[in-house]
Design a protein around this ligand. Structure first.
Ligand SMILES: NC(=O)c1ccc[n+]([C@@H]2O[C@H](COP(=O)([O-])OP(=O)(O)OC[C@H]3O[C@@H](n4cnc5c(N)ncnc54)[C@H](O)[C@@H]3O)[C@@H](O)[C@H]2O)c1
Length: 266
């Protein structure tokens, strides 16, 4: 394993489970100090403790609800006081949402998508920016989704939040490039806690989705998705910004069929 992130300070939101858990482990394995910013105290604390023990670097847990602006600002302040700065920011957390036709979505549903998808990352990026600008180096990686890119049905609030975040990330990439800060997007296809729950509830759909993927499987958080995030977090990607990388076994090429049965408006 290379140690190309030695000395760097990273924040990973939603780092207690799924893809975020894999990213925490991979960044730490490459030498980064990591703040696991996670809503779930049990998974967050366990991830931090196990990762620190395994890789011998500082990995801390902070309970954060990324939909709360004050808590996101507190997260940046916590990382700054612990590590002195923030070099790497991975906006990965997502929770909530539902599957319904758009005419059945409430204003609160759509507001949740925008808060969870866009605002949470925007607050974190604005908080990290002055620190990255001061050091002349920064890496921002935002997790978005093929659901938004391909307008999958039933998840309007998710699609809106993630596509708004892609637009925001690409704009930040242009505005912050002069300061040595890169901003890129990863759209993954990965096994995770939420995907396991989906697969248990919809085994035939999940099997069909796997079979539509050119590689015939969903990715592994730590060994398929996180290495790309580590690359985007490193000096090796210094001439890349504003990109959307599909880390999905080629699933984006023809799109993976996703068309759940959705009842009409009541
Ligand atoms: N798994 C996939 O195939 C896939 C596909 C496309 C996009 N994504 C995106 O990748 C990211 C990770 O997905 P995943 O499948 O690992 O999800 P996951 O549900 O397995 O993990 C999400 C993590 O975020 C945490 N979280 C939820 N709400 C939070 C909040 N308000 N504040 C802080 N933490 C919170 C959860 O506790 C959990 O640890 C998400 O942004 C998701 O939209 C995943």
């Amino acid at each position: 394993m290379t140690k190309r992130l030695t000395g760097k300070a990273a924040i990973v939101t939603g780092g207690g489970d799924g893809i975020g858990h894999g990213i925490v482990r991979r960044l730490a394995s490459e030498g980064a100090r990591v703040l696991v910013a996670e809503f779930n105290a049990e998974t967050g604390a366990r991830t931090a403790e196990e990762t620190a023990r395994e890789y011998g670097v500082e990995v801390a847990f902070l309970q954060v609800d990324v939909t709360d602006k004050a808590q996101v600002e507190g997260m940046i302040a916590d990382a700054q006081s612990r590590f002195g700065t923030v070099d790497i920011l991975v906006n990965n957390a997502w929770g909530g949402g539902n599957i319904k036709r758009i005419e059945n979505k409430s204003d609160a549903d759509i507001q949740h998508g925008v808060t969870m998808g866009l605002y949470s990352a925007m607050w974190a990026m604005k908080g990290a920016f002055p620190l990255m600008k001061a050091s002349g180096w920064g890496r921002i990686v935002n997790l978005c989704s093929l659901n938004g890119v391909n307008a999958h049905i039933g998840s309007a609030e998710y699609n809106v939040g993630k596509e708004a975040l892609r637009a925001y990330t690409r704009t930040a990439a242009r505005e912050w490039a002069p300061y040595g800060i890169t901003c890129n997007i990863v759209c993954p296809a990965s096994i995770s806690a939420s995907y396991r729950a989906f697969r248990a509830a919809n085994p035939e759909t999940a099997q069909h989705m796997d079979s539509m993927n050119p590689m015939g499987r969903m990715g592994d958080p730590e060994t398929d998705i996180a290495p790309v995030v580590a690359f985007l977090s490193s000096e090796d990607s210094r001439y890349m910004t504003g990109n959307t990388l599909f880390v999905d076994g080629g699933g984006h090429i023809n799109g993976v069929a996703w068309a759940p049965e959705l009842p009409d408006a009541a």
